[in-house]
Design a protein around this ligand. Structure first.
Ligand SMILES: C[S@@+](CC[C@H](N)C(=O)[O-])C[C@H]1O[C@@H](n2cnc3c(N)ncnc32)[C@H](O)[C@@H]1O
Length: 506
Protein backbone atom coordinates (compact mmCIF):
# COMPACT_ATOMS: atom_id res chain seq x y z
CA UNK A 1 0.00 0.00 0.00
CA UNK A 2 1.33 3.47 -0.79
CA UNK A 3 2.32 5.54 2.25
CA UNK A 4 0.16 8.52 1.14
CA UNK A 5 -3.00 6.42 0.67
CA UNK A 6 -2.47 4.78 4.03
CA UNK A 7 -2.07 8.12 5.81
CA UNK A 8 -5.00 9.74 3.98
CA UNK A 9 -7.28 6.87 5.01
CA UNK A 10 -7.23 8.34 8.54
CA UNK A 11 -9.08 11.43 7.28
CA UNK A 12 -12.16 9.32 6.59
CA UNK A 13 -12.11 7.90 10.12
CA UNK A 14 -12.70 11.30 11.69
CA UNK A 15 -16.45 11.83 12.21
CA UNK A 16 -17.96 14.36 9.80
CA UNK A 17 -18.74 16.92 12.43
CA UNK A 18 -17.35 17.23 15.89
CA UNK A 19 -19.44 18.71 18.63
CA UNK A 20 -17.92 21.90 20.01
CA UNK A 21 -18.87 25.17 21.64
CA UNK A 22 -19.95 27.75 19.01
CA UNK A 23 -17.26 30.25 17.99
CA UNK A 24 -14.33 28.17 19.30
CA UNK A 25 -11.64 26.10 17.59
CA UNK A 26 -11.96 22.36 17.30
CA UNK A 27 -9.44 21.14 19.83
CA UNK A 28 -7.37 18.11 18.91
CA UNK A 29 -4.92 16.22 21.12
CA UNK A 30 -2.50 13.98 19.23
CA UNK A 31 -0.55 11.45 21.29
CA UNK A 32 2.66 10.31 19.60
CA UNK A 33 1.98 12.20 16.38
CA UNK A 34 5.34 11.39 14.79
CA UNK A 35 6.06 13.47 11.70
CA UNK A 36 2.42 14.51 11.37
CA UNK A 37 1.25 12.88 8.13
CA UNK A 38 -1.72 11.14 9.73
CA UNK A 39 -2.55 14.18 11.87
CA UNK A 40 -2.65 16.46 8.83
CA UNK A 41 -5.07 14.10 7.00
CA UNK A 42 -7.37 14.45 10.02
CA UNK A 43 -7.04 18.27 10.10
CA UNK A 44 -7.95 18.52 6.43
CA UNK A 45 -11.08 16.54 7.10
CA UNK A 46 -11.98 18.72 10.11
CA UNK A 47 -11.28 21.92 8.18
CA UNK A 48 -13.95 20.93 5.62
CA UNK A 49 -16.60 21.73 8.27
CA UNK A 50 -14.83 23.88 10.82
CA UNK A 51 -12.98 27.11 10.28
CA UNK A 52 -10.11 26.55 12.71
CA UNK A 53 -8.36 23.86 14.67
CA UNK A 54 -6.22 24.03 17.80
CA UNK A 55 -3.84 21.08 17.84
CA UNK A 56 -1.77 19.98 20.79
CA UNK A 57 0.95 17.63 19.63
CA UNK A 58 2.50 15.32 22.22
CA UNK A 59 5.59 13.69 20.72
CA UNK A 60 8.83 12.87 22.56
CA UNK A 61 11.13 12.88 19.51
CA UNK A 62 12.60 16.26 18.59
CA UNK A 63 13.48 14.90 15.16
CA UNK A 64 9.85 13.95 14.49
CA UNK A 65 8.59 17.33 15.67
CA UNK A 66 11.02 19.07 13.30
CA UNK A 67 9.74 16.98 10.39
CA UNK A 68 6.16 17.74 11.42
CA UNK A 69 6.94 21.48 11.47
CA UNK A 70 8.46 21.27 7.98
CA UNK A 71 5.32 19.52 6.73
CA UNK A 72 3.16 22.28 8.26
CA UNK A 73 5.33 25.02 6.70
CA UNK A 74 5.08 23.42 3.27
CA UNK A 75 1.34 22.67 3.31
CA UNK A 76 -0.61 25.92 3.10
CA UNK A 77 -3.92 24.11 3.58
CA UNK A 78 -2.93 23.69 7.23
CA UNK A 79 -2.76 27.46 7.75
CA UNK A 80 -5.90 27.43 9.90
CA UNK A 81 -4.38 25.03 12.44
CA UNK A 82 -2.82 26.50 15.58
CA UNK A 83 -0.12 24.21 16.89
CA UNK A 84 0.88 23.74 20.51
CA UNK A 85 4.02 21.59 20.48
CA UNK A 86 4.79 19.43 23.49
CA UNK A 87 8.00 17.49 23.16
CA UNK A 88 7.10 14.96 25.81
CA UNK A 89 6.23 11.33 26.31
CA UNK A 90 2.57 10.56 27.05
CA UNK A 91 3.59 9.78 30.64
CA UNK A 92 5.27 13.17 31.10
CA UNK A 93 2.36 14.96 29.46
CA UNK A 94 -0.33 13.37 31.58
CA UNK A 95 1.62 13.99 34.78
CA UNK A 96 0.79 17.71 34.71
CA UNK A 97 -2.86 18.38 35.45
CA UNK A 98 -4.72 19.98 32.57
CA UNK A 99 -8.13 21.60 32.40
CA UNK A 100 -8.35 21.81 28.60
CA UNK A 101 -10.79 19.32 27.18
CA UNK A 102 -10.43 18.17 23.59
CA UNK A 103 -13.02 17.38 20.94
CA UNK A 104 -10.79 14.80 19.31
CA UNK A 105 -8.08 12.81 21.08
CA UNK A 106 -6.10 10.32 19.02
CA UNK A 107 -3.24 7.83 19.29
CA UNK A 108 -2.38 6.16 16.01
CA UNK A 109 -0.10 3.12 16.45
CA UNK A 110 1.34 4.56 19.63
CA UNK A 111 -0.06 2.47 22.46
CA UNK A 112 2.50 -0.28 21.82
CA UNK A 113 5.16 2.03 23.16
CA UNK A 114 3.61 3.82 26.13
CA UNK A 115 4.54 2.59 29.59
CA UNK A 116 1.06 1.72 30.78
CA UNK A 117 -1.49 0.90 28.09
CA UNK A 118 -4.64 1.11 30.25
CA UNK A 119 -3.51 4.23 32.16
CA UNK A 120 -2.86 6.06 28.87
CA UNK A 121 -6.34 5.21 27.58
CA UNK A 122 -7.83 6.41 30.88
CA UNK A 123 -5.89 9.69 30.74
CA UNK A 124 -6.86 10.27 27.11
CA UNK A 125 -10.49 9.62 27.97
CA UNK A 126 -10.35 12.11 30.85
CA UNK A 127 -9.15 14.93 28.58
CA UNK A 128 -11.98 14.30 26.13
CA UNK A 129 -14.77 16.89 26.09
CA UNK A 130 -18.32 15.60 26.51
CA UNK A 131 -19.55 14.79 23.00
CA UNK A 132 -15.98 14.43 21.72
CA UNK A 133 -14.43 11.33 20.22
CA UNK A 134 -11.32 9.32 20.74
CA UNK A 135 -9.57 7.54 17.88
CA UNK A 136 -7.11 4.73 18.51
CA UNK A 137 -5.37 2.67 15.83
CA UNK A 138 -3.63 -0.60 16.66
CA UNK A 139 -2.73 -3.82 14.87
CA UNK A 140 -5.84 -6.00 14.87
CA UNK A 141 -5.90 -9.05 17.12
CA UNK A 142 -7.55 -11.02 14.28
CA UNK A 143 -4.92 -10.26 11.59
CA UNK A 144 -2.15 -12.72 10.77
CA UNK A 145 0.40 -10.37 12.27
CA UNK A 146 -1.70 -9.99 15.41
CA UNK A 147 -2.03 -13.78 15.63
CA UNK A 148 1.73 -14.20 15.19
CA UNK A 149 2.27 -11.87 18.13
CA UNK A 150 -0.14 -13.81 20.34
CA UNK A 151 1.51 -17.10 19.37
CA UNK A 152 4.96 -15.66 20.06
CA UNK A 153 3.73 -14.57 23.45
CA UNK A 154 2.09 -17.92 24.21
CA UNK A 155 5.22 -19.83 23.25
CA UNK A 156 7.98 -17.60 24.59
CA UNK A 157 6.49 -14.69 26.55
CA UNK A 158 7.12 -14.23 30.24
CA UNK A 159 5.14 -12.14 32.73
CA UNK A 160 2.42 -9.66 31.77
CA UNK A 161 1.93 -9.27 27.99
CA UNK A 162 0.59 -5.74 28.45
CA UNK A 163 3.97 -4.72 29.87
CA UNK A 164 5.48 -5.44 26.43
CA UNK A 165 4.71 -4.13 22.93
CA UNK A 166 2.56 -7.19 22.19
CA UNK A 167 -0.63 -5.13 22.36
CA UNK A 168 -3.39 -5.19 19.79
CA UNK A 169 -6.78 -3.63 19.08
CA UNK A 170 -8.25 -6.42 21.24
CA UNK A 171 -6.69 -4.81 24.33
CA UNK A 172 -8.18 -1.41 23.47
CA UNK A 173 -11.63 -2.91 22.90
CA UNK A 174 -11.42 -4.77 26.21
CA UNK A 175 -10.64 -1.51 27.98
CA UNK A 176 -13.58 0.26 26.29
CA UNK A 177 -15.88 -2.65 27.13
CA UNK A 178 -14.95 -2.67 30.81
CA UNK A 179 -15.37 1.14 30.95
CA UNK A 180 -18.81 0.78 29.29
CA UNK A 181 -17.79 3.01 26.36
CA UNK A 182 -19.51 2.60 22.99
CA UNK A 183 -17.33 2.54 19.88
CA UNK A 184 -17.17 1.61 16.22
CA UNK A 185 -14.24 -0.07 14.51
CA UNK A 186 -12.91 -0.18 10.98
CA UNK A 187 -10.15 -2.33 9.51
CA UNK A 188 -7.54 -1.62 6.85
CA UNK A 189 -5.75 -4.53 5.28
CA UNK A 190 -2.08 -4.01 4.53
CA UNK A 191 0.06 -6.65 2.84
CA UNK A 192 3.66 -6.89 4.00
CA UNK A 193 6.26 -8.37 1.66
CA UNK A 194 8.33 -10.68 3.87
CA UNK A 195 10.36 -12.37 1.13
CA UNK A 196 13.61 -10.85 2.48
CA UNK A 197 13.11 -12.55 5.86
CA UNK A 198 13.66 -15.91 4.20
CA UNK A 199 16.97 -14.95 2.61
CA UNK A 200 20.10 -16.04 4.46
CA UNK A 201 21.98 -13.19 6.14
CA UNK A 202 19.79 -10.45 4.60
CA UNK A 203 20.14 -7.36 6.81
CA UNK A 204 16.79 -6.06 5.51
CA UNK A 205 15.17 -9.42 6.26
CA UNK A 206 16.58 -9.40 9.82
CA UNK A 207 15.16 -5.92 10.40
CA UNK A 208 11.70 -6.80 9.05
CA UNK A 209 11.61 -9.92 11.21
CA UNK A 210 12.67 -7.97 14.30
CA UNK A 211 9.94 -5.45 13.62
CA UNK A 212 7.27 -8.09 13.00
CA UNK A 213 8.19 -10.06 16.11
CA UNK A 214 8.91 -6.90 18.13
CA UNK A 215 11.90 -8.83 19.41
CA UNK A 216 15.44 -7.53 19.11
CA UNK A 217 18.04 -9.90 17.73
CA UNK A 218 15.31 -12.43 16.95
CA UNK A 219 17.28 -14.07 14.14
CA UNK A 220 20.33 -14.19 16.33
CA UNK A 221 18.31 -15.78 19.12
CA UNK A 222 17.17 -18.48 16.72
CA UNK A 223 20.85 -19.23 16.19
CA UNK A 224 21.56 -20.15 19.82
CA UNK A 225 23.57 -23.37 19.66
CA UNK A 226 23.70 -23.30 15.85
CA UNK A 227 27.20 -21.97 15.15
CA UNK A 228 28.26 -24.94 13.07
CA UNK A 229 24.92 -25.33 11.27
CA UNK A 230 24.36 -21.69 10.31
CA UNK A 231 27.84 -20.17 10.05
CA UNK A 232 30.34 -22.90 9.08
CA UNK A 233 33.11 -20.41 8.20
CA UNK A 234 32.83 -18.68 11.57
CA UNK A 235 32.70 -22.08 13.26
CA UNK A 236 36.02 -23.04 11.65
CA UNK A 237 37.66 -19.79 12.81
CA UNK A 238 36.28 -20.09 16.32
CA UNK A 239 37.38 -23.75 16.58
CA UNK A 240 40.95 -22.60 15.93
CA UNK A 241 40.62 -19.98 18.70
CA UNK A 242 39.35 -22.69 21.00
CA UNK A 243 42.28 -25.03 20.25
CA UNK A 244 44.67 -22.14 20.95
CA UNK A 245 42.96 -21.50 24.27
CA UNK A 246 43.06 -25.07 25.59
CA UNK A 247 45.77 -25.52 28.19
CA UNK A 248 46.85 -29.01 27.19
CA UNK A 249 49.29 -30.06 24.52
CA UNK A 250 47.72 -31.62 21.43
CA UNK A 251 49.88 -34.73 21.92
CA UNK A 252 48.85 -35.41 25.50
CA UNK A 253 45.24 -34.65 24.59
CA UNK A 254 45.16 -37.24 21.79
CA UNK A 255 47.20 -39.74 23.79
CA UNK A 256 44.54 -39.68 26.48
CA UNK A 257 42.41 -41.79 24.11
CA UNK A 258 44.82 -44.70 24.34
CA UNK A 259 43.73 -45.71 27.81
CA UNK A 260 40.06 -45.59 26.85
CA UNK A 261 40.26 -48.24 24.14
CA UNK A 262 39.70 -51.76 25.49
CA UNK A 263 42.89 -53.81 25.45
CA UNK A 264 41.56 -56.35 23.06
CA UNK A 265 38.52 -56.41 20.89
CA UNK A 266 36.69 -59.57 20.15
CA UNK A 267 37.13 -60.52 16.52
CA UNK A 268 36.76 -63.70 14.52
CA UNK A 269 40.02 -65.73 14.52
CA UNK A 270 42.29 -64.95 11.60
CA UNK A 271 40.47 -61.76 10.60
CA UNK A 272 41.42 -58.11 10.95
CA UNK A 273 39.84 -55.90 13.56
CA UNK A 274 37.28 -53.79 11.75
CA UNK A 275 37.04 -50.17 12.87
CA UNK A 276 34.53 -47.55 11.75
CA UNK A 277 35.52 -43.93 12.45
CA UNK A 278 32.74 -41.35 12.26
CA UNK A 279 33.86 -37.76 11.63
CA UNK A 280 37.54 -38.68 11.95
CA UNK A 281 38.86 -35.24 11.04
CA UNK A 282 42.60 -35.29 10.37
CA UNK A 283 43.02 -38.61 12.14
CA UNK A 284 45.06 -37.74 15.26
CA UNK A 285 42.65 -39.36 17.72
CA UNK A 286 41.86 -42.24 15.35
CA UNK A 287 45.49 -43.16 14.84
CA UNK A 288 46.14 -43.38 18.60
CA UNK A 289 43.18 -45.77 18.87
CA UNK A 290 44.34 -47.84 15.90
CA UNK A 291 47.87 -48.14 17.28
CA UNK A 292 46.49 -49.41 20.58
CA UNK A 293 44.55 -52.10 18.68
CA UNK A 294 47.69 -53.06 16.76
CA UNK A 295 49.35 -53.96 20.09
CA UNK A 296 47.02 -56.97 20.30
CA UNK A 297 45.93 -57.63 16.73
CA UNK A 298 47.88 -58.21 13.53
CA UNK A 299 45.83 -56.13 11.19
CA UNK A 300 43.20 -53.43 11.22
CA UNK A 301 40.65 -52.55 8.56
CA UNK A 302 39.66 -48.91 9.14
CA UNK A 303 36.71 -47.34 7.36
CA UNK A 304 36.88 -43.57 7.70
CA UNK A 305 33.68 -41.53 7.29
CA UNK A 306 34.58 -37.84 7.05
CA UNK A 307 32.84 -35.22 4.85
CA UNK A 308 35.77 -32.81 4.58
CA UNK A 309 38.17 -33.50 1.71
CA UNK A 310 40.76 -31.28 3.38
CA UNK A 311 40.61 -33.34 6.58
CA UNK A 312 40.93 -36.59 4.66
CA UNK A 313 44.02 -35.26 2.86
CA UNK A 314 45.61 -34.36 6.21
CA UNK A 315 44.73 -37.79 7.58
CA UNK A 316 46.34 -39.45 4.53
CA UNK A 317 49.52 -37.42 5.05
CA UNK A 318 49.61 -38.51 8.69
CA UNK A 319 49.26 -42.15 7.60
CA UNK A 320 52.02 -41.79 5.00
CA UNK A 321 54.38 -40.32 7.56
CA UNK A 322 53.68 -42.80 10.36
CA UNK A 323 55.08 -46.21 9.41
CA UNK A 324 53.51 -47.83 12.47
CA UNK A 325 50.19 -47.54 10.66
CA UNK A 326 51.32 -49.62 7.68
CA UNK A 327 49.38 -52.68 8.90
CA UNK A 328 46.13 -50.68 8.61
CA UNK A 329 43.97 -50.97 5.50
CA UNK A 330 42.10 -47.71 5.05
CA UNK A 331 38.77 -47.42 3.29
CA UNK A 332 38.16 -43.71 2.81
CA UNK A 333 34.56 -42.49 2.58
CA UNK A 334 34.29 -38.79 1.98
CA UNK A 335 30.70 -38.54 3.20
CA UNK A 336 28.60 -37.19 6.00
CA UNK A 337 27.24 -39.70 8.48
CA UNK A 338 23.80 -39.18 6.97
CA UNK A 339 25.03 -40.05 3.48
CA UNK A 340 27.03 -42.99 4.75
CA UNK A 341 24.20 -44.59 6.68
CA UNK A 342 21.79 -44.18 3.79
CA UNK A 343 23.40 -47.03 1.88
CA UNK A 344 22.67 -50.39 3.43
CA UNK A 345 25.79 -52.21 4.66
CA UNK A 346 26.36 -55.77 5.77
CA UNK A 347 29.81 -55.22 7.27
CA UNK A 348 29.80 -55.28 11.05
CA UNK A 349 32.55 -53.51 12.99
CA UNK A 350 34.36 -54.47 16.17
CA UNK A 351 34.93 -50.89 17.17
CA UNK A 352 32.94 -47.85 16.11
CA UNK A 353 33.90 -44.41 17.38
CA UNK A 354 32.69 -40.83 17.08
CA UNK A 355 34.95 -38.38 18.89
CA UNK A 356 33.49 -34.93 19.37
CA UNK A 357 31.33 -35.39 16.28
CA UNK A 358 27.75 -35.91 17.44
CA UNK A 359 27.35 -32.14 17.94
CA UNK A 360 27.38 -31.77 14.18
CA UNK A 361 25.35 -34.63 12.75
CA UNK A 362 21.78 -33.93 11.73
CA UNK A 363 20.12 -36.32 14.15
CA UNK A 364 22.27 -37.58 17.05
CA UNK A 365 19.82 -40.25 18.13
CA UNK A 366 19.46 -41.68 14.60
CA UNK A 367 23.27 -41.63 14.28
CA UNK A 368 23.72 -43.53 17.54
CA UNK A 369 21.11 -46.06 16.40
CA UNK A 370 22.86 -46.52 13.03
CA UNK A 371 26.27 -46.87 14.68
CA UNK A 372 24.88 -49.45 17.09
CA UNK A 373 23.39 -51.45 14.23
CA UNK A 374 26.75 -51.69 12.44
CA UNK A 375 28.45 -52.89 15.61
CA UNK A 376 29.33 -56.62 15.74
CA UNK A 377 28.15 -58.56 18.78
CA UNK A 378 30.88 -58.30 21.39
CA UNK A 379 32.10 -55.03 19.84
CA UNK A 380 32.52 -51.59 21.41
CA UNK A 381 31.17 -48.17 20.62
CA UNK A 382 33.24 -45.23 21.82
CA UNK A 383 31.69 -41.75 21.87
CA UNK A 384 33.26 -38.55 23.22
CA UNK A 385 31.12 -35.51 24.07
CA UNK A 386 31.25 -32.55 26.44
CA UNK A 387 29.99 -33.51 29.89
CA UNK A 388 27.25 -31.60 31.66
CA UNK A 389 29.31 -32.06 34.84
CA UNK A 390 31.92 -29.56 33.66
CA UNK A 391 31.42 -25.81 33.87
CA UNK A 392 31.33 -25.53 30.11
CA UNK A 393 28.56 -28.13 29.84
CA UNK A 394 26.64 -26.38 32.61
CA UNK A 395 26.94 -23.07 30.80
CA UNK A 396 25.57 -24.65 27.63
CA UNK A 397 22.56 -26.05 29.46
CA UNK A 398 21.91 -22.68 31.11
CA UNK A 399 22.19 -20.94 27.75
CA UNK A 400 19.57 -23.29 26.42
CA UNK A 401 17.28 -22.83 29.44
CA UNK A 402 17.49 -19.04 29.21
CA UNK A 403 17.51 -18.43 25.47
CA UNK A 404 17.01 -21.68 23.55
CA UNK A 405 14.08 -22.15 21.23
CA UNK A 406 12.67 -25.46 20.04
CA UNK A 407 14.44 -28.78 20.64
CA UNK A 408 17.96 -28.60 22.12
CA UNK A 409 18.92 -31.79 20.26
CA UNK A 410 18.37 -29.91 16.97
CA UNK A 411 21.33 -27.69 17.89
CA UNK A 412 24.96 -28.43 18.78
CA UNK A 413 24.19 -28.06 22.50
CA UNK A 414 24.33 -31.83 22.94
CA UNK A 415 26.00 -33.51 25.87
CA UNK A 416 27.45 -36.81 27.02
CA UNK A 417 24.29 -37.17 29.11
CA UNK A 418 22.22 -37.35 25.93
CA UNK A 419 24.34 -40.31 24.79
CA UNK A 420 24.09 -42.04 28.17
CA UNK A 421 20.33 -41.57 28.19
CA UNK A 422 20.08 -43.25 24.80
CA UNK A 423 22.26 -46.17 25.91
CA UNK A 424 20.14 -46.54 29.05
CA UNK A 425 16.97 -46.88 26.99
CA UNK A 426 18.78 -49.53 24.92
CA UNK A 427 19.73 -51.35 28.12
CA UNK A 428 23.39 -51.24 27.01
CA UNK A 429 26.29 -51.54 29.47
CA UNK A 430 28.96 -48.88 29.34
CA UNK A 431 31.78 -47.25 31.24
CA UNK A 432 32.60 -43.59 31.13
CA UNK A 433 35.84 -41.62 31.52
CA UNK A 434 36.27 -37.95 32.24
CA UNK A 435 39.02 -35.80 30.84
CA UNK A 436 39.47 -32.34 32.36
CA UNK A 437 40.63 -29.64 29.99
CA UNK A 438 41.28 -26.06 31.09
CA UNK A 439 40.31 -23.34 28.67
CA UNK A 440 41.95 -19.93 28.95
CA UNK A 441 39.08 -17.50 28.48
CA UNK A 442 40.94 -14.29 29.41
CA UNK A 443 40.63 -12.98 25.85
CA UNK A 444 36.80 -13.17 26.00
CA UNK A 445 36.91 -10.35 28.56
CA UNK A 446 39.06 -8.06 26.41
CA UNK A 447 36.92 -5.36 24.78
CA UNK A 448 36.79 -5.59 20.97
CA UNK A 449 39.10 -8.60 20.84
CA UNK A 450 38.26 -10.53 17.66
CA UNK A 451 40.00 -13.59 19.10
CA UNK A 452 37.93 -13.31 22.29
CA UNK A 453 34.69 -13.00 20.33
CA UNK A 454 35.50 -16.10 18.28
CA UNK A 455 36.33 -18.05 21.42
CA UNK A 456 33.09 -16.97 23.07
CA UNK A 457 31.19 -18.11 19.97
CA UNK A 458 32.76 -21.53 20.25
CA UNK A 459 32.00 -21.77 23.96
CA UNK A 460 28.34 -20.84 23.37
CA UNK A 461 28.11 -22.65 20.01
CA UNK A 462 26.34 -19.47 18.89
CA UNK A 463 27.45 -17.21 16.03
CA UNK A 464 28.16 -13.56 16.89
CA UNK A 465 27.37 -13.94 20.60
CA UNK A 466 28.82 -10.48 21.24
CA UNK A 467 26.02 -8.96 19.14
CA UNK A 468 23.38 -10.28 21.54
CA UNK A 469 23.94 -8.28 24.73
CA UNK A 470 21.88 -10.46 27.09
CA UNK A 471 23.53 -13.69 25.94
CA UNK A 472 27.02 -12.19 26.00
CA UNK A 473 26.45 -10.77 29.49
CA UNK A 474 25.05 -14.04 30.82
CA UNK A 475 27.87 -16.15 29.33
CA UNK A 476 30.66 -13.84 30.55
CA UNK A 477 29.12 -13.58 33.98
CA UNK A 478 28.81 -17.38 34.19
CA UNK A 479 32.39 -17.91 33.04
CA UNK A 480 33.74 -15.36 35.51
CA UNK A 481 31.80 -16.88 38.39
CA UNK A 482 32.96 -20.42 37.62
CA UNK A 483 36.55 -19.76 36.61
CA UNK A 484 39.77 -19.78 38.55
CA UNK A 485 41.95 -16.72 38.14
CA UNK A 486 45.71 -17.23 38.38
CA UNK A 487 48.11 -14.47 37.28
CA UNK A 488 45.27 -12.69 35.46
CA UNK A 489 44.41 -15.81 33.48
CA UNK A 490 40.74 -16.67 33.62
CA UNK A 491 40.56 -20.44 33.33
CA UNK A 492 37.31 -22.23 32.63
CA UNK A 493 36.84 -25.97 33.07
CA UNK A 494 35.69 -28.29 30.32
CA UNK A 495 35.08 -31.94 31.11
CA UNK A 496 35.07 -34.19 28.11
CA UNK A 497 33.42 -37.53 28.67
CA UNK A 498 34.24 -40.65 26.72
CA UNK A 499 31.64 -43.37 26.92
CA UNK A 500 32.58 -46.88 25.91
CA UNK A 501 29.55 -49.14 25.40
CA UNK A 502 29.69 -52.89 24.94
CA UNK A 503 27.33 -54.74 22.61
CA UNK A 504 26.46 -58.12 24.10
CA UNK A 505 26.05 -61.12 21.83
CA UNK A 506 22.42 -62.07 21.14
C1 LIG B 1 35.69 -31.47 16.14
S1 LIG B 1 36.08 -32.38 14.71
C2 LIG B 1 36.60 -33.88 15.44
C3 LIG B 1 37.57 -34.61 14.58
C4 LIG B 1 38.17 -35.87 15.22
N1 LIG B 1 37.16 -36.85 15.54
C5 LIG B 1 38.99 -35.53 16.44
O1 LIG B 1 38.52 -35.78 17.54
O2 LIG B 1 40.10 -35.02 16.27
C6 LIG B 1 34.50 -32.79 14.03
C7 LIG B 1 34.55 -33.53 12.74
O3 LIG B 1 33.22 -33.92 12.38
C8 LIG B 1 33.08 -33.82 10.98
N2 LIG B 1 31.65 -33.72 10.66
C9 LIG B 1 30.85 -32.63 10.68
N3 LIG B 1 29.60 -32.94 10.29
C10 LIG B 1 29.60 -34.26 10.08
C11 LIG B 1 28.61 -35.19 9.65
N4 LIG B 1 27.37 -34.79 9.41
N5 LIG B 1 28.97 -36.48 9.51
C12 LIG B 1 30.22 -36.86 9.77
N6 LIG B 1 31.20 -36.05 10.17
C13 LIG B 1 30.90 -34.77 10.31
C14 LIG B 1 33.89 -32.58 10.63
O4 LIG B 1 34.26 -32.53 9.28
C15 LIG B 1 35.08 -32.71 11.57
O5 LIG B 1 36.13 -33.42 10.97
Amino acid sequence: MRKENYQLSYGSKVPDSTLREPGTDVRVLGIGSGSGEVDSAMFKRLLQRHSSVYSRVVEPSGEMIEKYKTLVREDTSLGAVKFDWRQQTAEEYFQTKEDTKFHLVHAVHVLYNVEDHDATLRNMWEQLADGGCMLVAMESDTSNWGKLQYKLWDDFGQGDRLKTSFRTSGDVKRWFDTAGISYVTSEDEISVNVTECFKDDSEAGIMILEFLTKTPYVSRRLKVGRLNNDSPARYAASFTSFLDATEMSKESYYHSYESKVPDSTLCEAGTEVRVLGIGSGSGEADSIITKKLLQHHNGVYNRVVEPSGEMIEKYKTLVREDTSLSAVKFDWRQQTTEEYFQTKENTKFHLIHAINVLYYVEDPVATLRNMWEQLADGGYMLVTMESENGDWGKLQLKLWDDFGQGDRLDTSLRMAGDVRRWLDTMGATYVSFQNKVNVNTTECFEKNSEEGMLLLDFITHTPYTSDIPEIQAMALEFIRRHSSVVDDRITFLSIEETIVAFKKGT
